[in-house]
Design a binder for this molecule. Structure first.
Ligand code: AMP
Ligand code: MG
Length: 396
């Protein structure tokens, strides 16, 4: 059986970033830059005042109490109408362009005004309260790299550089199929022997949270042809995702259906708990994942295998969640021969993190997933005793 690392490596080696497209800057939040941004502008474009005050020549006011004559006013948005000469000053406002000749600003709080005469109460040095042209960005600066997720600061930077549209990677479209005769669709009262289909909705939410777009293929009964038909509907998606029907149970037809559609299976079964039966293959160049049916197994295998693949396709360079080394606050046992990914609460404590199991770790126990904000990684047949160190994947 493969280790989690081996499986992740195999999966990532078979997926590539999707092509890029142009989107309006207003729609770019959460997308990933498809090309580097090299500035064609300097920011700020010209020297300007960082205060409301008076622009002057610093050499005229090296000592306190220099007297100057105000010959000009420059408001934000206006171009200075003339230069400043010796003994002259310009009334200026925050963000207004420095008039030629002036090399410093004295804030209005430090000035006494008498008609068109001002007295600078304190000495002035060249550059005081002036934002130099290009102090933020120079022409030719490599400002943002390809693969950078676009957040609010990136949006602000792109706007200031004049980008009304931006080239980003396409968002992966992920078709999701649930399989099982026991599944009742949302909105239908489960008949005896049935349970609600929850995986479709949890997985769609995980897909969305990853920055991809889910397509719901509904529920297929445990019949190979039905699974085949519905998986076929997902052929226009970038990724196919199914849950359940991939173990060795008599009714586990997902692998068969995939094979009949022409998919190649690359791996099946990974040494982990929860999880284990996870199938990964490709169908017409598209990645296909067969996740286990138990709700927590489906979500955890999505986290470990599908999420990094979707992030790579979306153009990200950081593919995995952050992990921290934390301290166990109560025993964290992992009996059995597979590595455990155990649901824990993560709380800040003494400059680090403390973790505690959220309850029953059964792979169908969704409540302990709801309570969890991390997955503690525990070696096979090992118990982390209170105070012991444990690596934790931060989920939230
Ligand atoms: P299987 O992999 O088909 O053996 O399913 C394993 C367990 O997961 C069974 O208890 C199923 O009832 C349950 N299960 C499978 N699919 C879903 C689903 N879509 N929603 C909730 N539970 C499911
Ligand atoms: Mg089943």
């Amino acid at each position: 059986m493969l280790t989690v690392e081996e499986a992740v490596e195999q999966i990532l080696s078979r997926v590539e970033p999707l092509p890029t497209e142009w989107v309006d800057l207003e729609a770019a939040l959460g997308r990933v830059l498809g090309e580097p941004v090299v500035s064609g502008r300097q920011v700020p474009p010209w020297p300007n005042s960082s205060m409301d005050g008076y622009a002057l020549r610093s050499e005229d006011a090296r000592a306190a109490n220099a007297s100057l004559r105000v010959v000009l006013q420059v408001a934000a948005g206006a171009a200075p109408s003339r230069a400043i000469g010796p003994g002259e000053a310009a009334r200026i406002f925050t963000g207004a362009a420095m008039p030629p000749g002036a090399d410093a600003v004295i804030p209005q709080e430090d000035v006494q005004v008498d008609g068109d005469q001002i007295v600078a109460a304190r000495p002035v040095r060249a550059g005081d309260f002036v934002r130099a042209a290009g102090e933020d960005v120079r022409v030719g600066d490599a400002v943002l790299e390809r693969g950078r997720p676009i957040g609010p600061p990136e949006i602000g930077m792109l706007a200031t550089l004049g980008y009304s549209r931006v080239r980003v990677h396409r968002r992966p479209r992920v078709a999701i199929l649930s399989t099982g005769d026991e599944l009742a669709e949302l909105g239908r009262e489960p008949s005896p022997g049935q349970i609600p289909n929850s995986n479709t909705y949890a997985l769609m939410a995980q897909v969305r949270e990853t920055g991809a777009d889910p397509v719901n293929l509904g529920v297929a009964p445990d019949r190979r042809e039905a699974i085949e038909t519905r998986l076929g509907w997902g052929r226009s998606a970038d990724v196919l995702l199914s849950s359940a029907g991939v173990s060795v149970g008599e009714f586990d037809f997902v692998k068969d259906a995939l094979a009949r559609l022409g998919a190649t299976l690359h791996l099946w079964r990974v040494s982990m708990r929860p999880g284990k039966p996870i199938a990964f293959g490709s169908l017409g160049g598209r990645p296909v994942f067969g996740l286990p049916g138990n709700p927590v197994s489906a979500m955890v295998t999505f986290e470990l295998f599908v999420r990094p693949a979707l992030r790579k396709m979306a153009g990200h360079t950081r593919l995995t969640r952050p992990t921290v080394l934390a301290r166990a606050l109560s025993p964290i046992p992992n009996p059995g021969a597979r590595r455990g990914f155990l649901r824990v609460t993560v709380t800040p404590d003494d400059g680090g993190y403390g973790v505690r199991l959220t309850g029953d770790q059964g792979s169908s126990i969704l409540k302990s997933m709801v309570l969890a904000d991390g997955l503690a990684i525990v070696a096979p047949d090992t118990t982390i005793e209170p105070g012991g160190a444990v690596e934790v994947i931060l989920l939230r």
